[in-house]
Design a protein around this ligand. Sequence first.
Ligand code: ZN
Length: 198
Amino acid sequence: MATTDHLIICEHCDCVYEKVTLAKYQKTLCTRCGGVLQRYNGLTLQQRLALTLTALMLWIFANFYPVMSISLKGLKNSATLWDSVMALSLGPITFIAMVAAIAMIIAPIFQLLLLIWVLGYALASRRSPAFKFCMRWLETLRPWSMLEVCLLGAMVAVIKLAGFLDVLPGIGLIALAILSLMMIRIAGRDIRELWDIL
Ligand SMILES: [Zn+2]
């Protein structure tokens, strides 16, 4: 049977190419649609696992510490990510609360747990149990994880509210900012390399 391990398919237009080894800062583009096929990522398994564990800590900070605190004439209030989801669920469109919870909280934590599971075994040069299942879910969850959108929203809220209330960005917001950057680095398209490594 012909092996297809050396081939890569453009996820935008299904054009098939042969994989190449990339040097630093290089990426390969689809000649038909211009989509990115491969991007250099110098992370070793150990580094990726270490970053994933750090990201897990940041996720905890982002979810259990207030994203911002507001005060007006002695009255104080602070809100975590979960509080914002609960507030949305009380509004007219409950469905949006579910989408927000998936995009800000549920998808990122599942991505992190799946990565820790797969990478933990990968360190011992082994395929984790349910490896295929985990890798497919990592791919499925990627577009659902929208921490950067959530971060932008929180920053817009902080700046807007600062005009007429005393607003203090919380630990949660700082953790969220770093976490959203880290997620791009550790859970991006290049996790596909694990298929080849293992
Ligand atoms: Zn293409």
